[in-house]
Design a protein around this ligand. Structure first.
Ligand SMILES: [Ca+2]
Ligand SMILES: [Ca+2]
Ligand SMILES: [Ca+2]
Ligand SMILES: [Ca+2]
Length: 559
């Protein structure tokens, strides 16, 4: 997306987009006859209330910087000290990034403590993604920066050590915004994709030329990376996601690109086969061109088919893609209009110009068993073609498969420029709370108090928090699918590292299960093997370990 001066380029390039517009129209047309999304019965829970606890929680942080940092502004949510409470690492742009340890009282007010350390207080940070690279059980952190990335090894107790040299992760000198990771075959280290946006000039400011991106694979040692291979062509990537789009157990790399800057480009799907060079899916494979101001990707199996659907944020119309092709044929229809989630304009505030959407995230915020969708929004800088008062949306999933924005009633409307975010249960009460970063304005946290108040929270439905565990290397079972059966419905979630807008999460996977008080869980592990169905009780944190006959329940600490 353009800064003010970059916006002038749009007109010159608009003619080149005509072909792409035709393709998008074709996708919308194809969606007309497509009607199966989120066909869950029941649900229809009310609007949860979010209470702004930023100041009392001890959050005091601004993501800042000139045009180079107008993209990015991400965060990582993960447990850096093993107490089960999700902690937060926030990008700061030209300000130092900050690590906040979560000291919230279980079921009570949110509370965070800044943990300052040279390893994490880095400047130039645009975003971050947690993952356990070395399989030691401590989450590590990929820190995306302008001018050279840092990969940090978790030492426990929220301490970190930079391992670029030890692990062979070349920092580079680009503007990194996107990241995703997957474990290929029996590799000990994951394959890492790093998405570069615009090329940087030698003085650190952005050029108007798209950079190529990188794919890191481990070398023969298994615990060190070879020099990165180039993902070329590069079309100004802003989000990447390894996922099993076809339901066949093969994880390919989806890339969202920003058409403000490319000529003749499009979004991409790289076929990633162990031992082979990455290759692009083409029209001959059924891939349909998507040309949007791609900012973020979120996936969720709305259709209940065992294949993820994809939400793609953009400027003006966002996309909700469902697979209409079969395995090996990535043909998608856009059903965002049918489902009420184009999010094309601000829902409140009176600004009638098109929106700029950034971080999408599917989560069930009212625990009614119908997945909801957060879309953060905000003008890139002061671009006059797009809305200035552009608050983030919170769409509640409806029983008929549509979505309705309730951001104002939920209490999360803010007219600062939204960027990265996460919905996570910071106080472990089963209600997903919200953290959002804003460009050149203070980050905020809100506590989800359900239908109650801060003094007296009232849960709106039953829920489960699920973690998977397997032996090294892939200790968090990234690539697994968690299946939950409850109340006659089946929910499926794929565990990914990547997507969003420069923001990643690792930890409890949340399921809202409505009025059901018991459920069953089954796991399809990353190697394709399926466990058995395991009974679990609602409103609990459950750990499923590969090979174990039953799940175990984790009890939050009493204080
Ligand atoms: Ca923690
Ligand atoms: Ca680790
Ligand atoms: Ca819901
Ligand atoms: Ca909560």
């Amino acid at each position: 997306m353009p800064s003010r001066f970059r916006a002038r380029l749009i007109g010159r390039r608009r003619f080149a987009l005509a072909i792409g517009v035709v393709a998008v129209v074709a996708i919308v047309a194809a969606a007309g006859g497509y009607a199966f999304l989120q066909s869950q019965s029941g649900g229809g829970g009310g609007t949860p209330h979010f209470v702004d606890e930023t100041s009392a929680a001890g959050i005091d942080h601004v993501y800042d910087g000139a045009a180079t940092y107008s993209t990015g502004g991400g965060l990582a949510v993960f447990d850096c000290n093993g107490d089960g409470k999700p902690d937060i690492y926030m990008a700061g742009g030209t300000n130092p990034a900050v690590l906040y340890r979560n000291d919230s009282t279980v079921g009570g007010a949110l509370r965070f403590t800044a943990i300052h350390d040279a390893a994490t207080d880095l400047t130039g940070v645009t975003g971050a993604y947690p993952l356990d690279v070395d399989g030691d059980g401590n989450p590590d952190l990929m820190v995306l920066r302008a001018g050279g990335n840092a990969i940090l090894r978790g030492l426990g107790d929220c301490r970190f050590e930079q391992e670029n040299d030890q692990w062979g992760v070349e920092a580079g000198s680009g503007l990194s915004i996107a990241f995703s990771a997957t474990w290929e075959g029996s590799n000990r280290f994951p394959t890492l994709a790093v998405g570069h946006n615009l090329k940087l000039k030698s003085n650190g400011t952005v050029s108007l030329d798209c950079d190529t991106s990188w794919l890191f694979r481990p070398d023969a040692s298994g615990t060190h990376y070879a020099a990165p291979s180039t993902l070329e062509p590069g079309y100004c990537s802003l989000s990447m996601l390894f996922s099993d789009w076809s339901g066949t157990g093969e994880r390919d790399l989806r890339v969202a690109n920003d058409r403000n800057y490319y000529i003749g480009g499009q979004d991409q799907l790289w076929k990633i086969v162990p031992g082979q060079a990455p290759s692009l899916y083409t029209a001959a494979d059924g891939w349909m061109p998507v040309q949007i101001e791609g900012m973020g990707i979120s996936s969720y199996d709305l259709s209940g088919t065992g294949r993820p659907d994809y939400f793609l944020t953009s400027q003006a119309d966002d996309k909700l893609q469902v697979l209409t092709g079969g395995p090996g044929h990535p043909t998608y229809a856009d059903v965002a209009l049918d489902r009420g989630v184009t999010a094309a304009r601000p829902a409140v505030g009176g600004d009638t110009l098109p929106s700029t959407s950034w971080h999408p995230e599917f989560q069930d915020v009212n625990n009614d068993g119908l997945v909801d969708l957060l879309i953060t929004k905000g003008n890139p800088t002061i671009v006059p073609e797009y809305a200035t008062k552009d608050p983030s949306d919170l769409f509640l999933g409806q029983p008929d498969g549509t979505f309705v924005d309730v951001a104002e009633a939920a209490g999360i409307v803010d007219y600062d420029r939204g960027r990265g975010a996460a919905l996570a249960d910071f106080n472990l009460d089963g209600q997903l709370d919200l953290v959002e970063i804003f460009y050149q304005a203070p980050a905020k946290v809100w506590r989800n108090v359900g239908s109650g108040s801060a003094a007296s929270p009232a849960p709106m439905g039953h829920w489960l928090g699920v973690r998977l565990s397997e032996a090294a290397p892939n200790t968090d079972a990234i690539g697994a699918w968690i299946e939950v059966q409850a109340g006659g419905r089946t929910f499926r979630r794929e565990l990914n590292v990547g997507g969003g807008h420069a923001s990643g999460e690792l930890g409890w996977t949340h399921f809202g299960i409505g009025s059901a008080t018991t459920a069953q869980i089954r796991v399809k592990w990353p190697d394709g093997t399926r466990g058995s169905w395991m009974p679990v009780t609602a409103d609990s944190f459950v750990v499923v370990t590969k090979g174990a006959a039953s799940s175990s329940t984790w009890q939050p600490p009493s204080s």
